[in-house]
Structure formats: C-alpha cells, structure tokens
Design a protein around this ligand. Structure first.
Ligand code: NOJ
Ligand code: CA
Length: 702
C-alpha cells in the first residue's frame, strides 16, 4: 500500500512540460530560460539586456555502462527562491560582499535501465552572470561513473577569445588572443601534450576563458566550487561556435565516480558591457559555500620575501651538492661535498631575515631547505622528499628562533615533485614539524607528472587530494599556497586558509625566457577569477645576466609596472620577490612595496581592457589610505586618472611612482620617477604608461 502511494506522488510531480521557465537577475538585465525539448532534452539560454549571450544549449551526462542522462526527461515544477545577503570575507578585495540572486531548481526524472533516475538542475541569476549545477538527490540510483558531462555553452558568433589550450596537467601557458575560429590554426597555442587520444578536441581550451563579442559584450566562462570532481575544460565546435564541457579523465579514461546524493561544481557565465564589471565580479565566490572554519583568527594576509629568485634565475641552487645515481633513502649527506651554490644556507638565510624584518615583511619563504633536491624533477620517483629533514647547512631550529627574534616567521616549502602518494605518506608529520617550529604557511608544489603514473593534475583524484591537504592544514592552523595544483574556483571562501595558488605563468617565466607584456593585463580576467595568484612581483633588475651568470632572459616589465602588480594582481599573499641588494639599490621605489597593504576594505576597478591595460584603486583595510595601480601592455598610453573615489572630506599626500618618458620594458626598463603632491576627490592626474609599464600611487590621508 505504502509503495502505491509513493508511486502516485512520483507520477504527480513528474508531469511532462514543454513550457519555457524563465529566471531573471535581481536587476532584470539577465534573463535565463529553461526548456525541455520534445525529446525531453534539457536546454537553456541566456540573454543580457535582451541580447542573446548563450543560444539554446543542451545539458546532461554520458554515463559509463548505463543509459545516457541526456534525453527522455520529464520535468517537475520548478522551485524559485531569492537571496539578498551580505557576508564578510576573512580577507579580500572588499570587506563585505553582496550575494544577491534569484534561483530556479528544475526537478527532472528519467526512466532508464529499469528505474527512475532523478536529477535537478539549479540555475542562479546574478546581476553580473549566471551559474548552474546538477544535483543528484538521494535515490535508488546509488552511484555511477560519469563518462562525460555534456553541458553546452553555445556562443552567438565568432568572438575574440583570450585563451590557453586544453591540458590535463598545467595552466602554465602564455595566452593567445584570437577569434574562436582561429584557435584550431594558431600554432602559438600548441599543446604540450597530445590529448586527442582521450577525445580532446584540437580546439579545446581551459577555463577561466575570457571572450568579447563584436558588439562589445564581455563574457567569461568558468566553474565554481570544484569539489570531488574533475576540472572542466571546454571543447569547441568551431563550425557552430558551441562549447561543450570536457572533464579531465583519470588513468582509466573515466571522468567522475559519483555516489548519490551529489552536487557537481557550478558552471558559470559572467556577462557585462563593461570589462571592469568582470574584474569586480564576486560571482565565483558567491557560488561557493560560506566559510566552514569555526576559528579564522589565525589566518592573516601576508607580505613575504624569499630565498627563491636566486634559484629561479640560477644564481644559486636548491640542492646542497651535485650527486649522481641519487637515492634519498641511502644517500649520506655527511659525506657529500657541498656544491657551494646552495641558496638556503644559514648565512644567506640570516641575511634575508635581517633585510625582510627591517623592511616590515611578515614572512620569509625558504626553498631548498630540505634534503632531496639533488635529483627531484622529471624522474617520476615515488620517494623524492621527506619534508622533514633539513640540509646540513640549514639549522631549522636556530633560523626559526632568529626569525622570531626579529619579528617575522619563516614560510615552509613542500615540493612534492608530483608524487602524491609520497606526500600523503608524510603530510601529517610535515605539518606537525611546521607546528613545532612555528611555521603557519606552506607553499606546496606539484612539478612534473603526477604519480601514480598515468594520473594527472586535474582529475577527480588529484582534485580530492588538494582539498584534503587544505582541510588538514586548517585543522593545524596552516595557510596553503598551492603551486601546480588545479586552478582555483572560489574555494577560498569556504576554506580561507587557501590563501593562494599559482596555476598560470607567474614571474618565474620572466627568468625562463620572458613573458609578453599583455600577460598581466589578461590574468585578472582569467586565472584570478577563481582566486588569488601567488604571482611573485617586485622585480627591480630586469637584465638577469648582470647577476645570474648564463641567464640571458629579460624581465619584460618596467619598475613602475612591477609596483602596480601589487594592486592589479589581487592576493592576500604578496611576495617581494627580488634580492635584498636590488631593493637596497632602489630604496625609494622599494618604499612602495613596504607601504602597500595586502588586505582591503574596498576596491574600485577604474578602467580596463583585456590584453591592453588595467587600472584599479583599493582602500587599505586598516586605515583610510588608498592605493592605485595601473599596468599597461605593448603600446604606450596616456591615462587620465580621476580621483573621485577618494573621501571628499579628506586630503591625501599622493606619492606617484611612474615610468619616465623614455622608459620601455625592453630598452629602458629600470627608469622610473617618484613625485609627490597633495590630492583629493576632485583631483585629476595625467599619467604616462610606457610599453610594458604602469604606475603605482599611494594616497595617505593627511
Ligand atoms: C615551480 C614553482 O612555481 C616555483 O615557484 C618553485 O620554486 C619550483 N617549482 C620548485 O618547487
Ligand atoms: Ca610553477
């Protein structure tokens, strides 16, 4: 009897419906429609101010060894809800964030393989974009393996895109700007790996993807809350300009193993006619769950220096000696001959501690402190580091005490060399060692192929690993900055101890051949959408061969551009990456790095264009001071800065760090000027931005 009643209820809710459901953003500018086609295929569209942004696009999944979850759906009555709330991030670009949206949950059922399978699609409309996710409620269908997700995003034309090619292991690519139709032929975007054997399209790209339509709409495609699921790429059908989700496979070619109840990450589409709205958007953060940590008092924005750039430029080495046929398990360091190039030695570390403390830094990162660097990369060795044993010339207890006596902390470094099994074996002891000596932040890294062999950086298993590390770290009050991990998707809202990631070409590439000047004008539109990047700015000496013998690379940036990055590349973790002696040479410019805050109460994106320039103003969280940064790409630019964001009742002393008229990232990169003047809300400044240049301004209340 009970069974019959339940079946009747199921019939009552699962009625066929061909009516279009509509969801609008709170301001009414964005409209999303949902339909089931006659074949029961879920389909949605998005419009902005009445203009199509996403043409009819279908949704669903291919399921391994089971019927596809793509058609034959019946629809229940959608549930509409609205939220208008304000929340305060632990750290951020603003001290409060408005989370205001309308939501529509569409319940769907499908009869297949002798059962009724339930899937809800949840759509949210914000004023600056939409998100949707799939939910599988608790049901008789206990679990399944996703062979692929078939979420389409159909474009309205051959848009301009700023893209990096699809890859299961890295986002460390330079961006290509091209039409969508040109992606296939653009050799610059050549892939590091041939992915076609896994079904990856030659026109596949990574998210966050930035697009611009010919009539001036800025569109950004990405994902939010990537948890227990593989990272999503987008395969492009470049005849019809339709993107389809492409999930990163595991070693067996499977995408995701799912147990109901389950929710996928959100798929996101931001849209605006202003580029600055994309930069200012909180959509990705808002789609993530609120903070789950009870106590966040130990999490703090951090400005740091590092014994790092010397290894990256090849002035010194991570390794203590040069060893052949190296096996960490049997190698005897007490008998080894030092190579005399080891950067993380006691004297050098003390020198950095002295300078960093004097400069008011919070922390000092030391790479190459631990044994194993003699043979760590590209060998796919399981046991490569133990994360516990310092080199003979790195006195971990004494150096931590010394740093503490000077009022700063050391920052830990865990390079895993991609050996996830090894890191998981040691991580508890490694974090305990940090607690023991008083380290509260770790930079972790996953250089090289992921082990076990055949796995990769972005599949479900690896995604689980990165989050497990962040959760474990939170339990031990450790902040995490993960390099080479999966690109962020706003999880720092839920776990604010995830203070940074790399997941793109950072400053190190200036030492590996150089970066295009446009790079830093694109990253905030793409990589930074998911969360802060440990970009490591602050380089003051651009010709590396002058101090790193044999390094012929050149930093494609002016000094003023380097200063501006502290504003334009938002992060609660900012490095002053250059050497103490280089800062001492340009102490007047270094003053800006000393002054610039790393936490903000308010941010105002003043003007921007991807690939061209970005100008942003931010207000210090601890005072009424403001800071402004502008970065510029290849063409010189005269920028008129209106200071109307300032408090009209206050007067400020402005210190302006800018390019000289003859500055140029290639020919005259270290030429800058510093001027001072009084300023207020009615002030207007004319600023020259050199090729690869920019400006940085501090505005201190007087
Ligand atoms: C690559 C990282 O991006 C870099 O910052 C680090 O120094 C090296 N790996 C070594 O771990
Ligand atoms: Ca890297």
């Amino acid at each position: 009897m009970k069974k019959i009643v339940l079946n009747l209820i199921a019939c009552a809710v699962a009625f066929p419906s061909f009516a279009t459901e509509t969801l609008t953003s709170p301001d009414g500018n964005i409209k999303l429609t949902f339909d089931l086609t006659k074949a029961g295929v879920p389909e949605y569209t998005v419009q902005y101010h009445g203009k199509p942004v996403i043409l009819p696009s279908t949704l669903g999944f291919e399921i391994k060894d089971e019927a596809p979850l793509t058609s034959g759906f019946k629809q229940g009555k959608p549930v509409f809800t609205s939220v208008d709330e304000t929340w305060a991030p632990v750290w951020g670009e603003n001290d409060s964030i408005v989370n205001k949206y309308n939501q529509m949950t569409v319940p769907l059922t499908q009869k297949a393989d002798g059962m009724t399978r339930k899937m809800n699609i949840v759509f949210r409309a914000y004023d600056d974009g939409i998100g949707f996710r799939y939910e599988f409620p608790a049901q008789k269908w206990k679990g399944f393996t996703i062979a692929d997700e078939a979420s389409q995003m159909a474009m309205t034309g051959d848009h301009t895109a700023w893209w990096i090619p699809g890859d299961y292991d890295t986002q460390e690519y330079k961006y290509t700007r091209s039409r969508l139709s040109e992606i296939r032929a653009t050799s610059e975007g050549a892939r590091m790996h041939n992915l076609s054997q896994t079904g990856f399209s030659p026109t596949g790209v990574q998210t966050s993807l930035m697009l611009k339509t010919d009539d001036g709409l800025y569109i950004n495609l990405h994902e939010a809350a990537l948890i227990d699921y593989p990272a999503m790429h987008l395969n492009l059908d470049d005849t019809n300009m339709v993107f389809t989700s492409w999930l990163t496979p595991d070693i067996n070619g499977d995408k995701a193993v799912v147990t109901t109840p389950f929710k996928t990450p959100w798929r996101t589409v931001m849209v605006s006619d202003k580029a600055t709205d994309i930069l200012a958007s909180d959509l990705i953060l808002n789609l993530n769950d609120p903070c789950v940590l009870d106590d966040t008092s130990w999490i703090h924005p951090t400005k740091y220096m590092g014994v790092w750039w010397e290894m990256i430029t090849n002035k010194s080495s991570w390794a203590y000696c040069d060893a052949e046929n190296f096996d960490l398990a049997t190698f005897d360091y007490s008998k080894a001959t030092p190579n005399n190039r080891h950067g993380a030695n006691n004297d050098n570390v003390r020198r950095y501690i002295d300078f960093a403390a004097e400069a008011g830094m919070d922390q000092l990162l030391i790479e190459g402190w631990n044994i194993g660097w003699e043979d760590w990369s590209g060998k796919e060795k399981e046991y490569v580091f133990d994360f516990l044993t310092p080199y003979p010339d790195f006195d971990i207890a004494a150096l931590n005490d010394y740093a503490k006596s000077k009022g700063i902390k050391l920052m830990m470094h865990h390079e895993t060399s991609g050996s996830i099994p090894n890191y998981e074996k040691y991580i508890d002891r490694a974090y305990d060692l940090m607690n023991h000596y008083g380290y509260d932040a770790v930079k972790s890294g996953y250089v090289g192929n992921i082990l076990p062999k055949g796995e990769n950086h972005y599949n479900q298993k690896s995604v689980r690993h990165y989050l497990e590390c962040v959760k474990k770290a939170a339990d031990k009050h450790i902040m995490v900055n993960g390099h080479e991990a999966v690109r962020p998707t706003g999880l720092c809202r839920t776990y604010p101890n995830l203070v940074g990631n790399e997941s793109a070409c950072g400053t190190e590439y200036q030492s590996f051949g150089g970066l295009p000047t446009a790079h830093v004008t694109i990253l905030p539109f793409t990589r930074l959408q998911g969360g802060p990047m440990d970009y490591t700015p602050g380089i003051f000496r651009m010709n590396l061969s002058e101090f790193a013998p044999g390094n012929t690379s050149h930093v494609n940036s002016t000094v003023a551009n380097q200063l501006a990055l502290y504003l334009t590349m938002y992060s609660p973790l900012q490095m002053a990456a250059d050497f103490p002696e280089h800062y001492a040479e340009k102490a007047d410019a270094f003053q800006f790095i000393k002054d610039v805050p790393v936490d903000w109460s308010k941010s105002v994106y003043i003007d921007a264009e991807p690939g061209e320039f970005i100008v942003v103003a931010r207000k210090d969280k601890k005072s009424d001071d403001w800071y402004v940064g502008g970065v510029n790409a290849e063409d010189s630019r005269e920028f008129t800065l209106n200071l109307d964001f300032l408090d009209p009742s206050k007067t400020y002393e402005a210190t302006i760090y800018s390019d000289t008229d003859d500055a140029h990232y290639l020919t005259n990169p270290e030429s800058y000027q510093i001027t001072r003047r009084k300023a207020g809300a009615s002030s207007v400044m004319k600023l020259h931005m050199a090729p690869g240049g920019g400006f940085a301004i501090s505005l201190k209340e007087i």
